[in-house]
Write a protein that binds this ligand. Structure first.
Ligand SMILES: Cc1cc2nc3c(=O)[nH]c(=O)nc-3n(C[C@H](O)[C@H](O)[C@H](O)COP(=O)(O)OP(=O)(O)OC[C@H]3O[C@@H](n4cnc5c(N)ncnc54)[C@H](O)[C@@H]3O)c2cc1C
Length: 397
């Protein structure tokens, strides 16, 4: 890290704070000032919310603004990391100008429209079609598991624009307005009882060509950028909890263990196995985080994703097993009954929700395939559709 870069960033932070006192500046104005100063995504180009510096500078800015009681973007992972990275890396200057400040100021809510009933792990097999119609594209098809689609204003949509070339070559990425007649959203309820995601149907939905990210047919490159950003963003809520931290699932398990399990040798062994794993995952993720912030992300994204999310399941299972018979009683959604209500609130939720972490953002099996191929150099997965036009690949439906 260059001291000069840090000095420059700290001077800009001081200037933004002096010219826009957080206590008396409306949030949107403050965030626009951060954007204009290049302190929204420090690694983005100058003029587009960044300074062309390392992402590590962003951490410095975020901490300094937080210490000063200043607001940060609430655009969320899909808006800030995924859509922001896609536009900055592949979008036209016009797209960057129109959307990046908007995303950073957290105006609209974003969803990711990638998975389909026949294309999840194999996103590149997707069927949703976009056909050119003058200055617009007509979109028809179906997406599924679209998190937050019910409340989203915009969707990051990957669609097939050319079915006559191999699957990876015939896709294009768009920014689709979710508030239009051709978009129908049906919420899906998960095992934990909430409707976190939805099915999204498109019937002649329209998207302006000006809202295309990257060249026609180059959508796969944009997908890879967003998936990298998503994996890096998978950050460690439970893995980080390997270190005692109030309220975190591993800490909840530790308190329960001390209260109910510490005199039982079998429980001690069970607890120590999970605790040690949490600590290994936490340290591994810290290393990955440091490498990513230094602008050098590696396969640690896949390793961190699979180890962190598999750990969340183990921590949730351990907690339920320590709760014993209490684990069977659920008199309030996602909260524990009785005297332990406040302290153990969320144990059922963690138990029911943790398996989904191993699926979203690429399943554990897919992460292991990545690690096997890209880190260990093992033979690649069997790919029967390689080089075949998408139209000729056998598929269901
Ligand atoms: C909580 C949650 C939120 C989500 N949010 C979004 C979202 O916002 N937007 C979005 O587009 N999608 C979202 N998804 C969808 C998610 O990306 C997919 O569920 C995931 O990629 C898996 O795809 P699939 O469900 O079609 O399963 P499939 O791909 O059909 O896989 C089924 C099983 O086969 C295994 N498998 C598949 N291929 C291989 C292989 N080559 N080798 C070994 N095993 C394999 C998988 O690991 C899995 O166990 C979300 C999912 C969840 C659970």
């Amino acid at each position: 890290m260059s001291t000069t870069d840090e000095e420059r960033v700290r001077a800009l932070i001081a200037q933004v704070l002096a010219e826009n006192p957080p206590a008396s500046t409306p949030t949107e104005d403050f965030l626009q000032a951060r954007y204009d100063a290049g302190l929204a995504w420090t690694w983005f180009p100058e003029g587009f919310g960044g300074l062309g510096l390392s992402p590590k500078m962003q951490t410095i800015a975020d901490h300094a603004f937080e210490d000063a009681g200043a607001p940060n973007t609430r655009a969320g992972a899909i808006g800030y990391m995924m859509t922001g990275s896609a536009i900055a890396t592949h979008g036209s200057d016009d797209l960057k100008r129109r959307f990046l400040p908007l995303i950073y100021r957290s105006g609209p809510v974003w969803c990711q429209l990638f998975s389909e009933p026949g294309a999840g792990s194999d996103i590149a097999g997707l069927s949703t079609r976009a056909i050119r119609d003058g200055d617009e594209w007509l979109v028809n098809g179906q997406k599924v598991w679209s998190s937050g689609a019910m409340t989203s204003d915009w969707g990051l949509l990957i669609a097939r624009t050319d079915p006559d070339v191999p699957k990876h070559d015939g896709m294009t990425m768009f920014l689709l307005d979710m508030h239009q007649p051709g978009v129908e959203i049906r919420p899906l309820r998960n095992i934990a009882g909430t409707a976190h995601f939805a099915e999204t149907f498109f019937s002649n939905a329209r998207v302006a060509d000006a809202n295309r990210i990257g060249a026609v047919g180059e959508g796969w490159r944009v997908v890879l950028t967003t998936l990298m950003a998503e994996r890096l963003n998978f950050n460690l809520d439970v893995a980080g909890a390997g270190a005692p931290r109030p309220g975190a699932p591993m800490e909840r398990a530790r308190e329960l263990f001390i209260e109910r399990g510490r005199h039982d040798p079998a429980r001690r062994e069970e607890f120590m196995r999970v605790w040690s794993m949490a600590e290994i995952v936490r340290l591994g993720n810290r290393r990955a985080d440091d490498l990513a912030k230094a602008g050098n992300p590696g396969p640690e994204g896949s390793i961190g994703k699979v180890t962190s999310t598999e750990l969340t399941k183990k921590v949730a299972n351990l907690t339920m097993s320590l709760l014993g018979a209490d684990a069977l009683v659920l008199d309030h959604p996602y909260a524990m009954p009785g005297e332990n209500h406040a302290r153990f609130e969320g144990a059922h939720w963690d138990f029911l929700a943790s398996p989904s972490n191993t699926i979203m953002g690429g399943t554990s099996e897919i992460q292991r395939n990545n690690i096997a191929e890209r880190v260990l150099g093992l033979p690649s997965d069997v790919r029967l559709d390689k080089g075949i036009p998408w139209r000729d690949v056998p598929r269901n439906g």
